[in-house]
Write a protein that binds this ligand. Structure first.
Ligand code: FES
Length: 326
């Protein structure tokens, strides 16, 4: 009995910098079973239609992280994404290289910035030479201590999060979700003796450039949830050092604003974020807002049900989590 197949149309990004004047999309049409991984389809194209198609892969089992690419505009592992659901949703499959990294050829990108950002966070335990481990012994941790970073070892460094991240695109100073998730792993490791320094340094090394869009968490094929680890780092950085940067002052001010009135007082928040002197530099932006939406610059009235907001804050202050709230 022959296996059921679907006719799949692939539009594949092709570009060789230095040779091609501009990128193009080559179309390939194949009959394949719907459970076929995108990577298998691309390898069939390369084997049977166009041997010049260039892509990166290794394990074909969602382990090595080599085959990440844009599949219908989402950063995915090509060996994991089946063609059936993609065709059902979009009618065709558009394959492009990962974003935020220059293309070397076709679907292969230069990952230099991704790995440079990773090495900058010093992804290894930093031990205090004054307190060496006892000779011949390991430095054991309790299961509870290991549990604190149980998600991050799942990371396979595929860079899908880096590709999906608008903060990486907007500012090269942002280390990227994977580097920050890995940093979290060392900050909460009780054996690491540099965690305070790490927290202080990352405050000025791009931590607050995260936009909280959660696209990294959506893209991560291993459920590392980098945006949650970045949120944890921000909370720990404020606890360790106070609100010393624009980003941390903005976060603290935002929280205070909502507690006071249930909605933002934009003018007050700008003052809290930039300080009275820094606010002067924001004057051109303020004038633009005043011309278009002057109501944004007035202190808002407390919202109806403000007392409910206060109860939420009190519960959180008393150590309750959002799961405990009614
Ligand atoms: S080929 Fe290894 S993760 Fe896809």
């Amino acid at each position: 009995m022959s296996e059921e197949t679907v006719t799949a149309t692939f539009d594949v990004y092709r570009f060789e910098p230095g040779k091609d004047a501009a990128p193009r999309y080559d179309r390939y049409v194949l009959d394949l079973p719907p459970h076929t991984p995108v990577l298998t389809a691309l390898l069939k194209v390369r084997a049977e239609i166009d041997p010049s198609l260039t892509l990166r892969y290794s394990c074909r089992s969602a382990i090595c992280g080599s085959c990440a690419m844009q599949i219908n505009s989402k950063s995915r592992l090509a060996c994991e994404a089946a063609i059936g659901p993609e065709l059902e949703r979009d009618g065709r499959i558009v394959i492009e290289p990962m974003r935020n990294q220059p293309v070397l050829r076709d679907l292969v990108v230069d990952q230099e910035s991704f790995w440079r950002n990773y090495s900058k966070i010093e992804p290894h335990l930093i031990l205090d030479p004054r307190h060496p481990m006892p000779e011949g012994r390991e430095n054991p941790m309790t299961p509870e201590e290991v549990d604190r970073f149980k998600e991050t070892p799942r990371c396979i460094a595929c860079a899908a999060c880096y590709s999906a991240c608008p903060a990486v695109e907007a500012d090269p100073a942002f280390p990227g979700p994977m580097a920050l998730a890995k940093l979290f792993r060392f900050v909460v490791d009780p054996r690491d003796q540099a965690h305070q320094d790490r927290l202080v340094r990352i405050q000025t090394d791009g931590l607050w450039l995260c936009l909280r869009c959660h696209l990294c968490t959506e893209a991560c094929p291993k459920d590392v949830r980098p945006s949650e680890r970045i949120r944890d780092l921000k909370e720990m950085a404020i606890a360790a050092q106070g609100a010393t940067e624009h980003g941390s002052r903005h976060a603290v001010g935002f929280k205070e604003n909502i507690r006071e009135r249930g909605q933002l007082n934009e003018m007050k928040l700008a003052r809290q974020t930039f300080g009275p002197i820094g606010l002067l530099a924001q004057a051109p932006q303020g004038i633009r807002i005043w011309r278009k939406k002057p109501e944004l610059l007035r202190a808002p009235h407390p919202i109806e049900g403000q007392d409910e907001v206060e109860k939420i804050y009190e519960a959180l202050d008393n150590g309750k989590t959002k799961e405990d709230l009614p």
